[in-house]
Design a protein around this ligand. Sequence first.
Ligand code: FAD
Length: 480
Amino acid sequence: MALRAVEEYKASLRDGRTVYVAGQRVDDVTTHPILSITTEHCGNIYRLALDPEWQDLFTGRSPDTGEVVNRHFLLPSTPQELALRGRMIEEHTRQGNSTLNLTKSVSGDALMGLTVVCHAMDPALGTRYSERVAAFLRHVRERDLSVALAQTDVKGDRRLRPHEQPDPDAYLRIVDRRADGIVVRGAKAHITSVPVVNELIVLPTRALSANDADYAVAFAIPVATPGLTIICRPTGSVEQSVFDYPVSRRNIETEALTVFDDVLVPWERVFMAGEWQFAGQLATSFATFHRFTAISYKPPIGDLLVGAAVMIAEANGTAEVAHVREKVVRLIHYTELIRACGKAAAYEATVVPPGIAVPNAVYTNAGKHHFASHFHEACRLVQDIAGGMAITAPCEADLRNPATGHFVAKYLKGAAGTDAVLRLRLFHLIRDLTASDFGGYNYVVTLHGEGSLSAQALATYREYDLERCRDLARRALGSA
Ligand SMILES: Cc1cc2nc3c(=O)[nH]c(=O)nc-3n(C[C@H](O)[C@H](O)[C@H](O)COP(=O)(O)OP(=O)(O)OC[C@H]3O[C@@H](n4cnc5c(N)ncnc54)[C@H](O)[C@@H]3O)c2cc1C
């Protein structure tokens, strides 16, 4: 069996990688106050794959060795397998208190994009990248590795193409080609879970022209590679109690500015080096797979918001009030439309050479755009139902202190028969999800993760069958 225990996963992260948090170099990411939370959260994927209750969903047989492997690295070849992948992503998010966990899914998305695009690029340009991509897929699958994905360049002036930037390193680029590999320089922004994974796949951000050939670069490297520096975002609630911060004290991802300071990438790990003609296709192909992952991981937070809204309404005595019920219904619609897009995207998938089921791009982008453009509103509905205590309630220490605890227990009571402590905990849950440091993170990751709103709008316009609609309009005109 090629499945690692969570302790093996953690041990593999103690490899001398260069990681910084809040200005301090981190010796061991598995024991660091912030990164240990991320490590535990990401470790859930390993726990679930070994749990007899979940093994069917989280594992399958390797096509190479026949061994049991994690399903994230079994590339779906039918709409049904794609739907199963979506269910798996939804389930591990739910089990992680609705916080996304990209340690395997995002690299699966990248490997699907690379497999499809290299299959087209190799015969067109005489390259042999497909073999390398397949070898890397076997490497991560048979060793049960965790892999992050770095696509987003820091991009400097957004109006300028890579070769036009005043600083040529604003997009990651090849600075040297040697007998043993390429040397790359630049930085990728916001890279999720990079401090707590084994490997990193790098892809181009955008379509490129011949002048940008050195920016057309894709590869994979171990995180401990010399020249790679990981500068993590700080996080706010690490000193707080789980009672006060029930999600963010246990379930967070960590993003990092990831700097490539003349990093050597051996040729066998290079998947694109100058083939600018296929950079746009690779960026788009990955984005479609990754947005399918996004619409699969998002329904659990919708469910959690619905649950929190209903429970706090019950605790406040407003559950039967018409406007409250109407707001709960809007939350349900918000969530179920995402879930419906995920199912439609899977079951309307197209199988493309060499046998990968590609999610329907219109449903995928519509689902992603819907959840990103209405998430703030969903949180507002929960805050509206909860009342101001969502941000002003006393904390656990006040409840435990004999001088104040009896006041908290007396004055936090809501509807008759409601447990004051449960009500207090619901306020903290809602604050943590929508109005804390982590709540702010949720707003922005929902908006920008997997690409900004305009990227999904662009993809929808490009992919939609407008001719079908024009035909209908022409018919209507003709019959007048
Ligand atoms: C929490 C989080 C996790 C992430 N994880 C990852 C990850 O693991 N790997 C990864 O590769 N990326 C990751 N991303 C990056 C994400 O895909 C980007 O944030 C997103 O693509 C937007 O890019 P940006 O942040 O540089 O913003 P910008 O590109 O600066 O966008 C800001 C605004 O400017 C607009 N804009 C920008 N350029 C133009 C232009 N030329 N023309 C018109 N409008 C323009 C955008 O549409 C948007 O409205 C993550 C982001 C977040 C927030």
